[in-house]
Design a protein around this ligand. Structure first.
Ligand SMILES: *Cc1c(COP(=O)(O)O)cnc(C)c1O
Length: 550
């Protein structure tokens, strides 16, 4: 026996390493398509500085997360990911060699892993047909168990994607008044099931587990939390180390939860749900898929014939998924990635998919002392358009640009409007111009255009050349200083910001009597000119320049 083996607790000696799946310990590799860990494929929206210890419970982040889930800060404990919350619960409440936890199999393996680490017993109940949660089964499985401290219920369940009816969770909570029911809502944002967060605040024996890893794309920052009655939250907090969350992770989470980021997060969740809906029927056509389970998570669970063949094809394509033979024979959990990643996975499943043109999308965040902005554009979709700059008239103008430009625009700005709208307007124009420039990337298949537009007595003309050389000419003047909160004198300035950040030549000429009409006509005509300039023509591969580059 080695020294390590002689020193180790018996629980540790008999504990297998935490099972993250076959390939999870391999180095990532730059081009790996990671569809194995239910991460969000988009980069986080937000980080800097570390000479001090962080706050033990970072107050601002705690308040932001509590608000996100609709509970009071005293009812919320920030933890180092949801995994840490599971470990803290077990260490705070389970005596080794005596107390028990229950799990409903097949489910997330961390519950049993941390329980075994603590030396707690694991009572295994089973889900019913189609992995439906049946409260009576769980209640029967734990009957007569005096030391059942924690009952884990996962909704939607990992790896099966099945949601649990909140009424069934409450039924279990009522039936087991001396047990703490732990409802794991790691994937709730992707489901139609209502959260029990506010109920956890009210009941003595219900806690709800949350994480920013999945819906908020922050798996690498390790931030999650627990919602429950304040006495339970304080008790669980005693088991935590003094400074559990690194400052950088706190900052990354705070940045990501900033109000200006909200619209883009919601949009990404919708996009992942839409991809889940697109993928499900396609996977059912796969020659190897025996069964597909309806999932409410950011993943799909299928049972396949020939898992070994699938594994070889996935390897050859550099794609990782999670094989879950222990959940169902031939069980495979496929995380929903980007459209391109999902198409690559479909090919490995033997589902033919065409090669699409590269997406013309861009997302960016732009933070300064004066403004925090998040913007997403998709030139190949007309919806959604959601704009909140804090200046209603300018929202309306940008909406006109996107509507007439026929592209999707989500833009939110948190700016120093209490000083002046100037910074917000200018920074929004810069961010929009950069996003448009990035989405256009190489300018294959687009043209150079102009548009003239009458609006009652007003006439506006906008010419655009996406030339790569910024230039702006604005001819026109305004007689009133403001339209609502919008300063009319900003108009030429905004077109200059757009020209600089898009690296385009923009010529605007406007004539008329009514300033509202004149400003609106400029933005509309800009949208129309942009629509023509970015429309894909023909095969979409010709550059609209004889130089071969733009
Ligand atoms: C991913 C996951 C968690 C927690 O993840 P963290 O990254 O540790 O926050 C919790 N429960 C389930 C079911 C999960 O799949």
């Amino acid at each position: 026996m080695s020294l390590a083996e002689r020193l180790a607790r018996p629980e540790i000696l008999s504990l297998p390493a935490f099972d993250l799946g076959g390939r999870a310990a391999d180095p990532f590799g730059a081009n790996a398509i990671k569809l194995d860990a239910n991460e969000n494929p988009y980069p986080p929206l937000g980080p800097k500085g570390v000479n001090r210890y962080p706050e033990p419970q970072p107050a601002r982040l705690r308040a932001a997360m509590a608000a996100l889930y609709g509970v009071a800060p005293a009812s919320f404990l920030v933890t180092r990911g949801g995994d840490d919350a599971i470990d803290l619960l077990i260490r705070a409440f389970c005596r080794g060699g005596q107390d028990a936890v229950s799990v409903c199999l097949p489910t997330f393996s961390a519950y049993a892993h941390f329980a075994r680490l603590q030396g707690a017993r694991v009572i295994e109940a089973r889900l019913g047909n189609d992995f439906a949660f049946e409260p009576e089964r769980l209640i029967a499985a734990v009957a007569g168990e005096p030391d059942l401290k924690l009952a884990f219920i996962c909704s939607p369940n990992n790896p099966t994607g099945t949601p649990v009816d909140p009424a069934d969770v409450l039924r279990v909570a009522d039936a087991l008044p001396d047990t703490l029911i732990v409802l794991d809502e790691a994937y709730l944002e992707f489901s139609d099931t209502p959260s029990l967060a506010s109920e956890a605040n009210r009941r003595p024996n219900l806690v709800v587990l949350k994480t920013l890893s999945k819906a908020f794309g922050l798996a690498g920052a390790r931030v999650g939390g627990l919602i429950g009655p304040p006495d339970i939250i304080a008790m669980v907090g005693r088991a935590a180390p003094p400074y559990p969350l690194p400052t950088l992770c706190i900052e990354a989470a705070e940045a990501s939860l900033a109000p200006a980021r909200r619209a883009i997060h919601l949009e990404r969740i919708e996009e992942l749900k839409a991809e889940r809906a697109r993928l499900a029927p396609l996977l059912e056509r796969s020659p190897i898929v025996r069964r597909l389970h309806a999932s409410q998570g950011n993943f799909l669970f299928v049972e396949v014939d020939d898992a070994a063949g699938l594994s070889r094809r996935l390897d050859a394509l550099g794609i990782r998924v999670r094989f879950r033979e222990n959940a169902a024979p031939g069980g495979v959990r496929l995380t929903i990635g980007t459209r391109e990643e999902n198409d690559a996975a479909l090919r490995a499943f033997g589902v033919p998919v065409g090669v699409e043109r590269p997406a013309r999308r861009a997302e960016l965040v732009r933070d300064t002392k004066e403004t925090r902005i998040a913007v997403a554009v998709d030139l190949d979709r007309a919806e959604p358009r959601r704009i909140a700059t804090g200046v209603p008239f300018f929202d309306h103008m940008l909406d006109q640009v996107a509507a007439h430009g026929n592209f999707s625009l989500v833009l939110a700005c948190d700016g120093d409007l209490e000083i002046d709208p100037h910074h917000s307007l200018e920074d929004c124009a810069i961010a929009l111009g950069q996003a448009l420039g990035t989405a256009l990337d190489d300018k294959r298949g687009i043209g150079r255009f102009g548009f003239a537009l009458p609006m009652d007595e007003t006439e506006a003309q906008v010419l655009i050349d996406l030339s790569g050389r910024p230039f702006c000419r604005f001819e026109g003047s305004f007689s009133s200083s403001h339209i609502g909160d919008y300063p009319t004198e900003m108009t030429p300035h905004l077109f200059r910001s757009l020209a600089d950040s898009m690296r385009a030549a923009i010529h605007v000429r406007v004539d008329g009597d009514n300033d509202h009409h004149k400003v609106e006509a400029c933005f509309k005509a800009f949208g129309r000119a942009l629509r023509q300039a970015v429309a894909r023509e023909g095969s979409g591969d010709a550059l609209p320049s004889t130089k071969g580059v733009l």
